[in-house]
Design a protein around this ligand. Structure first.
Ligand code: ADP
Ligand code: MG
Length: 721
């Protein structure tokens, strides 16, 4: 009898057929131990329960043929053409398979070994033939596992053939079974799920095709249940954190702030602010995700949130993912307060942001500061060194700090951090979130996480499953949706003409250069070249340039000039992706748009049409992949971020969407949160119910052990209470 948690301690080289070398390679491929190996489930099955002899295969049909490789020949009839032919036979007949220029097939074709060929069977000069069939190597020996039954096809991993993997898993299963079931039986019964041991056996070596689906469902449920348990435990831990702050909300600072704005909050903004206020007033710390499209007005809500804290004498922090964005937030927060008549205009000649007037004599002045890794020069006292600023944050002199991840660096400690806002959470991980909170002295600050990336419910239940969610699902009045159009590269002049026309009307434009994955240097170089080219094409316009490799002082001054209308067209890399707010910009041209991800395109598009004038987004691309085509079609088809996010998930698959987020989610091996949505909902409900009645899983030690063992060290701290 083995438990899954025990099996996470058994190394794969303890399994027959897996030596130390292979074990190492398996580890590199993410299969660290026997429990992982058992989760390497077949990606396909071939039904051999009704064995069709080669002699009786109908011509013209698509089939899988299984037989022994009798011979392999390679020919080079001319030039570069390489033809590989193999003759495969069973007891009844032989069939010829032909591949053109697929030299790698030679690795799969060993005389005497069993293979499965999948493809269309033809008759060629009276003989049976398959052209370019898929090959699955079944290996030799162990006939029982490949004949007269459902044959599982485990994908090769670490260069170990599917045949060897299958036999290794067979060995691992045999020595591990029966596998403990830790999930409460009432949950299993209510979803009609089979036992775990039975499920592992059936998914790897089903007796019939009918067993596979139910076995998979059971194991998917397990995976999701473990993940949701971890989230439920984390959420409970957050709720119980004793040191939360019950903020005093009776002051009038926020209503003065809102009353001073030149507009009224939308219904959605008001609802969300109320949700936040009820968290702020409660004794437990807030952990809330604020979602809202670009331009939906999250910043105003965030500032109101921070002001609630400030009024009670607490410090506030905003953490942004890039310097450009941090700087913009710094200016934005200052000007929002100015707009509301609560502070001097930060853009005016005297750029010190001592907001003496904020409390109009009834308390200390509010001091706003900017902290990034490169600059500490902009802050409430004009002349201040970085270390002075750090010490002012520590002694409570600074009230509100806007910064990059510099905020969570070593050596920085807040004196009395009460509310923290994290912008664009998808760029940060859970770890940074926790680190920021630890910057508070002895209390657990309230945390608001803002994201402009719409997150489908499927993802918010997994990625952000420990957070409460608020959505600003309404745009401020008077915005018209950005018009989006696809142009081939050969039509680029139409794009530049629109730019010139719009600038003629007093508007401004962005041109986003092609994405160069993993190479900021090459990307910067291409932006420089594109800037030169466009300066020629639009020689009458003032064309500016910004990219990630510029020193931040220069980035700041370019953004400043663009904001001030001294630049007509800003050529840039994706540094302008998030949060940049230039209401006068109406055109965005995205070059080689097919290379960008859907959510990135949507983010970029959100940079235009933010003011009174409608925006246009031109996607310049000659897509070379269907995925690229799909993305562009989706962009043209809708401006609804939630629809695009679902579409993105569908096109890219969950693996890439999860990226570097918490390990528990990355580790989903079997579950597909779109396809398995019903199980996700069920597992979440069960997990939260269980943690509700057994908060430390003391009554379910096996389950607790399993969550810890399967989700790795990162959840270790969940159980520390
Ligand atoms: P987000 O942070 O969600 O992208 P912002 O908070 O930057 O959006 O708001 C975008 C613009 O809309 C800003 O110029 C802001 O002043 C303005 N705005 C915000 N809320 C409203 C509202 N209720 N009515 C009109 N304009 C608004
Ligand atoms: Mg914003």
């Amino acid at each position: 009898m083995a438990s899954l948690s025990r099996l996470t301690e058994v190394r794969t080289d303890e399994v027959k057929l897996i030596g130390p070398k292979s074990a190492e390679k398996l580890t590199d491929a993410g299969i660290r131990h026997v429990a992982d190996l058992l989760h390497h489930v077949p990606h396909r099955y071939i039904d051999r329960t009704n064995k069709t002899p080669i002699a009786r295969i109908p011509i013209g049909s698509e089939v899988t043929v299984i037989g022994e490789v009798m011979s392999v020949t390679t020919r080079r009839p001319r030039g570069n053409l390489v033809i590989i032919e193999a003759v495969v036979a069973d007891d009844t007949a032989r069939i010829k398979a032909v591949w053109f220029n697929q030299r790698f097939r030679l690795n799969q074709l060993t005389e005497g070994s069993q293979i499965a060929l999948s493809g269309v069977v033809e008759s060629f000069r009276g003989a049976l033939q398959m052209k370019s069939p898929d090959v699955d190597v079944l290996g030799s020996g162990l006939e029982g596992l490949v004949t007269g039954r459902v044959v599982p096809i485990h994908s090769t991993v670490a260069k170990i053939s599917t045949g060897t993997i299958r036999r290794a898993i067979h060995n691992a299963l045999t020595r591990s079974r029966p596998i403990d079931d830790t999930v409460p039986v009432e949950f299993l019964a209510s979803h009609g799920l089979m036992g775990r041991d039975e499920a592992f056996a059936a998914i790897h070596f089903p007796d019939s095709m009918d067993e596979i689906g139910p076995a998979r469902r059971r194991l998917v449920y397990d995976e999701l249940f473990r993940l949701e348990l971890a989230l439920a435990l984390q959420k409970r831990k957050q709720m119980l954190a004793a040191a939360g702050i019950a903020h005093e909300l009776s002051g009038d600072l926020v209503s003065r702030f809102l009353g001073g704005l030149p507009y009224k909050l939308t219904t959605a903004q008001r609802r969300v602010l109320e949700e936040i206020e009820s968290d702020l007033g409660a004794a437990h710390p807030m952990h809330r995700l604020l979602q809202g499209e670009v331009g939906s007005g999250k910043t105003v809500v965030a500032v109101a949130t921070l002001l609630h804290g400030l009024e009670g004498g607490w410090q506030g922090a905003i953490m942004a993912p890039t310097e450009v964005l941090a700087e913009q937030h710094y200016l934005g927060v200052g000007s929002l307060l100015a707009e509301a008549g609560l502070s001097p205009d930060p853009l005016s000649a005297d750029s010190t942001l001592g907001m003496e007037s904020l409390f109009a004599g009834e308390g200390p002045a509010v001091h706003l500061a900017l902290l990034t890794s490169s600059s500490a020069s902009v802050n409430y006292r004009q002349e201040i060194t970085r270390s002075e600023l750090v010490s002012d944050i520590g002694n409570g002199q600074v009230d509100l700090v806007v910064g990059t991840h510099a905020l969570i660096q070593e050596g920085l400690q807040f004196g009395r951090l009460g509310v923290a806002v994290v912008d664009e959470q998808h760029r940060f991980g859970v770890a940074q979130r926790v680190q920021l909170k630890e910057k508070a002295e002895s209390v657990d600050p309230d945390l608001l996480i803002m994201t402009a990336t719409p997150i489908p419910r499927t993802l918010s239940m997994t990625l952000y499953g420990d957070l409460d969610v608020s959505v600003i699902d309404q745009m401020p009045p008077g915005r018209s949706p950005v018009h989006t159009q696809l142009l081939a590269r050969s039509q680029e002049n139409a794009a530049w003409k629109l730019v010139v026309d719009q600038v003629g009307e007093g508007r401004q434009a962005f041109v986003v250069c092609p994405l160069v994955e993993d190479s900021p240097n090459v990307e910067a170089a291409s932006a420089v070249a594109e800037h030169a080219r466009l300066s020629e094409i639009m020689s009458d316009l003032r064309v500016g340039l910004i990219h990630g490799q510029l020193p931040s002082s220069e980035k700041e001054s370019v953004m400043g000039a663009f904001r001030a209308g001294e630049i007509d067209v800003l050529v840039s890399t994706t540094v302008i992706e998030v949060g940049i707010d230039i209401p006068n910009a109406t055109v965005m041209v995205i070059e080689d748009a097919d290379r960008f991800g859907l959510s990135q395109l949507h983010q970029l598009r959100g940079r235009v049409g933010r003011g009174m004038h409608p925006g246009t987004c031109l996607l310049l691309a000659d897509p070379t992949t269907t995925e690229g085509e799909d993305r562009l079609a989706a962009m043209v088809g809708t401006t609804d971020g939630f629809i695009l996010a679902e579409e993105d998930l569908r096109i890219r698959g969950q693996g890439t969407v999860f990226g570097t987020r918490q390990s528990g989610v990355k580790d989903l091996r079997l579950a597909d949160i779109l396809r398995d949505y019903d199980l996700l909902v069920a597992a979440r409900r069960d997990a939260f119910a269980l943690v509700g009645v057994d908060p430390a899983l003391e009554g379910h030690p096996g389950l607790a052990e399993e969550v810890r063992a399967m989700l790795g060290e990162e959840v270790e701290w969940l159980f520390v209470s």
